[in-house]
Write a protein that binds this ligand. Structure first.
Ligand code: CO
Ligand code: ZN
Length: 339
């Protein structure tokens, strides 16, 4: 767990808004090269693809490197930066939030005077980078500069709060499983794909799946929970294990695949829960619609406050997710499914 926490800390200091995932990609590349793995390729849209195993059937794993963020669209006369959201940024809790642009410039989100609740719209918010004029601001943060939210990681017992668990934790699960299995003889050819631009429409995964033509797709991503006070009713809890996707807005897990996941978790005494997410999708949504259709699913890490600057996960769930993923790609049951 200490190692996982270290990785979480490292990966949540990186800046990787959609389309600008370079820092994350470089850090993952370093990790993979250290293991001595040489079969690394990079797709034109920036996804990192690591191939292990030589089995006939192909499994594509997908974890997205990008995170939600902001994009500088306009600079006011006093040097305040207007911005567009990159991905599903929730406007609540934004005032006072720290921002870091890809060039390292930092700022704070402020708001025009908000007289009534209806006034609270993204258009009324701005980023204050400490500049005193348009010119000064333009030099520091030119129009078109992407940025992300900036928050330190906090470890609260077995729970960890961070700004970009979505989806650095999915990437970390894949990295730790890769480390465990790459020397083994795997029954499949497994592609560990670290994708780009998920938060703006599953774009990196879509083109990677087209290229790789896998037989199965498994995304590793976060999901919401229904375990907070008066919260939204959803049967996923923090600390209750890996969430096996039944349905979200982008995907219905093929029943045969869902049954196999449940059986595998039960057989290996891995804590799991079934997940139905009313809103939101993942890379698996793009993968499963490739060519004639690719049976796909998601192993989700339950996360409170998704898309806020303090997303919270439980380390036990991370472990359960890694265990189930490892079992799936090291045993032959998946490949025996007939579709
Ligand atoms: Co997301
Ligand atoms: Zn995500």
């Amino acid at each position: 767990m200490k190692r996982t926490i270290e990785l979480i800390k490292k990966f949540n200091t990186l800046v990787g808004p959609s389309g600008y995932e370079d820092e994350v990609r470089e850090e993952i590349k370093k990790f993979v090269l250290k293991l001595g793995i040489k079969s690394i390729t990079e797709s034109p849209l920036g996804s990192l693809i690591i191939k292990v195993g030589t089995g006939k059937k192909k499994v594509m794993l997908a974890g997205h490197m990008d995170e939600i963020g902001v994009l500088c669209t306009y600079i006011d006369k006093d040097g305040f930066i207007r911005f567009s959201p990159v991905g599903g940024v929730s406007k609540y809790g934004l005032i006072g939030t720290r921002v870091k642009f890809i060039n390292g410039v930092k700022g704070i989100i402020g708001a025009e005077s908000l007289k009534k609740p209806d006034d609270f719209v993204l258009e009324k918010l701005y980023i204050d980078i400490g500049a005193r004029s348009t010119k000064e601001a333009e030099k520091l943060v030119p129009i078109g500069t992407f940025g992300v939210f900036d928050r330190e990681v906090d470890v609260l017992g077995t729970r960890v709060a961070a700004k970009a668990h979505d989806d650095r934790i999915g990437c970390i699960v894949m990295m730790e499983v890769l480390e465990k299995v790459y020397k083994k003889k795997l029954p499949y050819t497994v592609y560990f794909v670290f994708t780009t631009q998920e938060e703006v429409g599953l774009r990196g995964a879509k083109v990677a799946a087209y290229d790789l033509e896998p037989d199965f797709g498994i995304a590793l991503d976060v999901t919401a929970t229904g375990d907070t006070l008066d919260g939204y009713k959803m049967a996923v809890k923090l600390g209750a294990g890996v969430a096996i996707k039944v349905k979200d807005s982008s995907l219905i897990t093929h029943p045969k695949l869902k049954d196999l996941l449940v059986k595998t978790a039960e057989k290996n005494k891995i804590k799991f829960q079934l997940e139905i997410l009313d809103r939101g999708g993942t890379d698996a949504g793009a993968i499963h619609l490739t060519k004639s259709g690719i049976p796909s699913t998601v192993l989700s890490i339950p996360t409170r406050y998704v898309h806020s600057q303090s997303e919270m996960i439980d380390l036990d769930d991370v472990k359960a997710t890694e265990d189930l993923l490892e079992k799936l790609i090291t045993t032959s049951d998946l490949g025996n499914l007939k579709f």
